[in-house]
Design a protein. Structure first.
Length: 454
């Protein structure tokens, strides 16, 4: 009777854990779509695509504006096809995108009225951002904009540890002629442009505050005048989601290039979070970079994020001619093949209730709305998976890729000789799934568990 009582308690708690149980940090912007959609595309595109050796090359190589200007004079993405970009993202299962409207180099993809350092003044001769936003919206992909707080081109942007000319004597001497407030006004003015010229924008990704290091001053919320900036943003687009890099409270916590161990918490509350990752070791197009992740790794990264209540923002760095790298296209298509049959284990899903023990080499995701549990099997076992604590809780099980039934044995129920096993004294709270010997021909097999309503 004691074991049955525990099972009944687990059933009762399963949905309640999400509706009333743990404490979530509330967002000011609308995060309902975001925590449903789970998967987005990051796009890093700028003049650095011509150098083709990392988006930070101006900083890494201590280049002056004059040296870097050769890329501005030759930026001509004649093969740019934003409709194709949007199609590739949509086919991969991505539901939102974030593009570098301006990266650290200071170059703007749109026709900003506040600078001449923009795409319309390059050989491209046109606004590149508007058709991109329109193309992605046409595929029902929500738009997000990245804006760098750093600006290595602006006349009044001052010294810090990330500046390309931090060791340049002439630049150091020129500091007294720079008026920081002029840069702040420019940054706030461009933010206003971005949030008034392109219709509804769902997400703003600011990057990033700089700590004082090596004797150089830092830049944070006081320097950016972050509170004033956020007030402006909320006034223009109250629904918008903001990230956490302005050193004031945002809506989204954004770890970069690593997999968190568990659902991220701040001050004892779970937060809305997203990890951003690259296909390889660079955000911008890097011709000779070879540490490209496999489709298998990328799919597992996405699953892992959702199993911990988070999102994945996966980056593409287009070439100087405006195309996605063929290696990126290969990965996007591979992810899309998996998502075509398994997306319902991602969309609308989150971490499973904590009392459910996930088997080794697997991940759970859970949809609290339809009360389904998804078991992602990273390493296909021989014939059986044993699920502790789920006896009496599962109504039906199937492989998600082809909706073929997975037979089950509950607790102490004896397994038949046909199943190739005997009762081994399993605990009565163990649910055993009887698997085909051959792994399904998909990147990561998923077993969909239809849970009984309480």
């Amino acid at each position: 009777m004691k074991a049955i009582s525990k099972t009944r308690t687990a059933k009762q708690r399963l949905r309640e854990d999400y509706r009333m149980g743990f404490e979530m940090e509330q967002t000011t912007g609308d995060s309902s779509w975001y925590t449903h959609d789970r998967f987005g595309m990051f796009i890093h595109w700028g003049l650095y695509s011509l150098g083709a050796r990392h988006e930070w090359m101006k900083g890494r190589e201590f280049m002056t504006n004059e040296q870097y200007n050769k890329y501005f004079k030759r930026f001509d993405p004649d093969l740019y096809d934003p409709e194709l970009w949007a199609t590739l993202a949509s086919d991969a299962g991505m539901k939102y995108f974030v593009v570098t409207a301006k990266h650290h180099e200071g170059f703007c993809l749109w026709d900003s009225a506040l600078t001449d350092y923009k795409a319309t003044n390059t050989p491209a001769g046109r606004d590149l951002l508007t058709p991109m936003i329109e193309a992605f919206k046409s595929k029902n992909i929500r738009p997000g904009l990245y804006y760098s707080l750093l600006d290595w081109h602006h006349r009044h942007y001052t010294l810090d540890v990330k500046h390309p000319l931090r060791y340049n004597k002439e630049f150091l001497e020129d500091q007294k002629h720079r008026e920081w407030q002029q840069y702040v006004d420019y940054m706030h003015g461009q933010t206003r442009e971005l949030l008034t010229k392109f219709g509804k924008i769902d997400l703003m990704f600011f990057d990033f505050s700089i700590p004082p290091e090596e004797g150089f001053p830092g830049k944070g919320k006081e320097e950016w005048q972050s509170e004033k900036l956020v007030e402006l943003i909320r006034e223009l687009q109250p629904h918008i989601l903001l990230n956490d890099r302005l050193q004031v409270k945002g809506d989204i916590t954004t770890p970069e290039q690593y997999q968190p161990r568990e659902w991220i918490q701040m001050n004892g509350k779970r937060v809305v979070w997203e990890a951003c990752h690259t296909f390889s070791g660079s955000w911008g197009y890097y011709r000779d970079e070879e540490t490209w992740k496999s489709v298998d790794t990328l799919v597992k990264m996405l699953i892992d994020m959702v199993s911990k209540g988070g999102n994945l923002l996966l980056n593409v760095g287009p070439t100087g001619r405006g195309e996605f790298d063929e290696r990126a296209i290969d990965r996007l298509k591979g992810i899309g093949e998996w998502m075509k049959r398994h997306s319902r284990s991602i969309y609308g899903c989150t971490a499973a209730p904590e009392e459910l023990q996930c088997p080794e080499d697997c991940r759970f995701t859970y949809n609290p709305e339809n009360n389904r549990l998804y078991l992602h099997v990273y390493s296909w076992p021989f014939k059986h998976i044993h699920l502790r604590g789920l006896t009496g809780m599962v109504e039906y099980a199937q492989l998600l890729n082809d909706a073929s039934e997975i037979r089950m044995k509950q607790g102490e129920e004896e397994m038949t000789m046909e199943a190739g096993a005997f009762n081994e004294g399993r605990p009565r709270d163990i649910l055993t799934l009887l698997l085909p010997v051959k792994k399904p021909n998909v990147t990561v097999p998923v077993i969909e568990l239809f849970l009984k309503s309480r």
